[in-house]
Design a protein around this ligand. Structure first.
Ligand code: BV8
Length: 228
């Protein structure tokens, strides 16, 4: 068996579920009776900005009351101790990987705790609400939006992700349904680039057939067991 030196880990909402952060599939992917896909879009932001601000203000406040769980802690330890390359590509917009101590984290769908100014294009750390159109800390314009990648928008740092996938000996997908692209396609990319692939998830994901191995159960049990 070829030595494993470079690891790419993809995480999704399932890794934060046991911290009390709802996944997208919980409640059937609905919020205030809207489909998430209908709120997390540029069109929704133009059509009804207050609805979108309410959605993100609520989630930004909620994540600040949650704590990392054993899965985040185990991944942070792996990041600290792994001698080779390691990259945690997360679809999550919470900061629980970082608060558990992980360093090599890439938020491909943005972060709740950043605000992006559409006037000066600068992203600032932001923990408060945006619905009252507060001034940008940098330019003072009232043009801040959530720094989150919406459906139909290009995920961040895709070049870095594909560079890491090209070098990966092992690709591990944790807590994601495999419903959203391009993230859902990474297992296929990794496999075609020669990596071994492992899925750790509560249930088989939509891409489960692409994985060499899969273990099913809660992340707080599976991830520490796998990291050991
Ligand atoms: C793009 C930020 C192009 C927002 C998010 C038709 C076919 C194929 C693709 C498309 C299509 N129509 C449109 C598309 C593209 C679209 C897409 O894939 N749509 C889907 C719905 C079909 N994708 C996009 O739009 C992407 N952009 O394609 O750009 C482009 C090209 C050129 C130029 C410009 C643009 C952008 C997608 C990013 C959207 N933003 N997040 C926010 O957070 O509010 S996506 C959001 O939903 C998450 O970030 C995540 O990615 C996704 C949900 O996925 P999961 O994280 O997997 O969560 P989910 O609830 O689904 O699953 C949880 C899993 O955990 C489950 O499997 C469950 O079993 C498991 N679990 C639960 N509890 C536990 C557990 N596991 C372990 N332990 C537990 N305790």
């Amino acid at each position: 068996m070829a030595a494993i030196r470079n690891i790419v880990i993809l995480t999704g909402a399932g890794v934060s579920a046991e911290s009390g952060i709802d996944t997208f599939r919980d409640a059937g992917g609905l919020w205030e009776q809207h489909r998430v896909e209908d709120v997390a879009t540029p069109e929704a932001f133009v059509r009804d900005p207050d609805l979108v601000f309410r959605f993100y203000d609520m989630r930004r406040a909620a994540i600040q009351t949650k704590e990392p769980n054993a899965a985040h802690v185990a991944l942070a330890r792996l990041d600290r101790e792994w001698p080779g390359e390691l990259l945690i590509v997360t679809q999550n917009v919470d900061d629980l990987h970082e608060r558990a101590g992980a360093k090599r984290v890439l938020h491909m769908h943005g972060e709740h705790l950043n605000a992006w100014c559409l006037a000066c294009d600068v992203r600032s750390r932001w923990t408060g609400s945006l619905i009252d159109r507060p001034p940008c800390p940098r330019c003072g314009e009232r043009a801040l939006r959530p720094d989150v990648v919406w459906f139909g928008e290009m995920p961040y740092r895709m070049d870095e992700i594909f560079a890491a996938l090209r070098e990966a000996d092992l690709f591990v997908s944790i807590g994601t349904s495999g419903a959203v692209y391009p993230a859902a396609g990474f297992v296929r990319n990794a496999r075609e680039l020669g990596a071994r692939t492992l899925e750790l998830n509560l249930e088989p994901s939509q891409g489960t057939a692409w994985f060499d191995a899969a273990r099913h159960g809660p992340a707080t049990r599976l991830v520490p067991e796998w990291v050991e």
